[in-house]
Design a protein around this ligand. Structure first.
Ligand code: ADP
Ligand code: ADP
Length: 223
């Protein structure tokens, strides 16, 4: 069974906009799925519904392995939503503390998560002292620290310069190859979807639908 199964999913906003329609999609455990499409085709809408941040207005989103809790879903936005008054370590530890873990253990796991995104040594840094790429790494560490069943990334690297973006793509891929968590990665970049994903769902607007699904059998040669 898939980790998440979408059947006939639709979203009509109160404004009347039909953002997505007739979405049938299985998300397999361990997959790296790209949702590829131009601005406005409903990618973010779909991701927010999967994350249960937004309700569907049609169809169903099922988790055959059981209803997810908040910590089962990691979310990475384009703008790292870090707390400016807290260190990198405290930002990453927060979801664990909210889940009831003792502070000491939360800090130890947060440090480990920062190390996974190449931020060893930056535990005590505040977000304003970090570059955009490093803040994004902190966001990824925070999203992964609870060992979520699903990592959702909404155009995470779109605001970064090309070299930083390329490095982050490589490091994300290395991490995924080592740990095989499940990822849905929203992007309007053909390059990114081909380079990162093992499966690509192509969306088009008016109304937002999936028009093609392709498997990437062999990984693209690494840059
Ligand atoms: P992106 O395409 O990068 O996801 P958008 O500009 O589409 O960003 O949306 C940014 C935010 O504005 C989102 O939270 C989205 O829900 C909201 N938004 C987008 N379009 C509308 C709209 N027509 N009416 C109200 N809110 C909107
Ligand atoms: P994408 O992420 O592919 O850019 P979105 O999911 O942000 O697409 O938007 C899909 C459509 O839904 C767009 O027409 C957008 O303007 C509209 N939309 C997004 N969020 C809202 C909202 N909160 N209220 C009304 N319309 C919205």
């Amino acid at each position: 069974a898939p980790l998440v199964a979408l059947r006939g999913v639709a979203k009509r906003y109160d404004s009347g906009t039909l953002a997505v329609q007739g979405i049938d999609l299985d998300i397999a455990a361990g997959d790296f799925l790209a949702l590829l499409g131009p601005s406005g085709c409903g990618k973010s809408t779909l991701l927010r519904m999967i994350a249960r941040l937004s309700a569907t207005t049609g169809g169903s989103i099922d988790w055959p392995g059981g209803r997810p809790q908040a910590r089962d879903i990691g979310f990475v936005f384009q703008e790292p939503t870090l707390m400016p008054w807290a260190t990198a370590l405290a930002n990453v530890a927060l979801p664990l503390e909210l889940a009831g873990l003792p502070k000491r253990e939360a800090a130890a796991r947060a440090a480990d998560s920062l190390a996974r995104v190449e931020l060893r040594g930056f535990e005590a840094a505040y977000p304003r002292a970090l570059s955009g790429g490093m803040r994004m790494r902190v966001s990824i560490a925070r999203a992964l620290v609870t060992k979520p069943r699903l990592l959702l990334m909404d155009e995470p690297f779109a605001a970064l310069d090309e070299i930083t973006r390329f490095r982050l793509n490589n490091d994300l891929l290395t991490l995924w190859e080592a740990e095989r968590f499940t990822v849905v990665f929203v992007t309007h970049s053909v390059f990114e979807s081909v380079y990162l994903a093992r499966r690509i769902a192509v969306m088009a607007p008016r109304p937002g639908r999936i028009h093609a699904e392709l498997a990437v059998d062999a990984p693209y040669p690494r840059g």
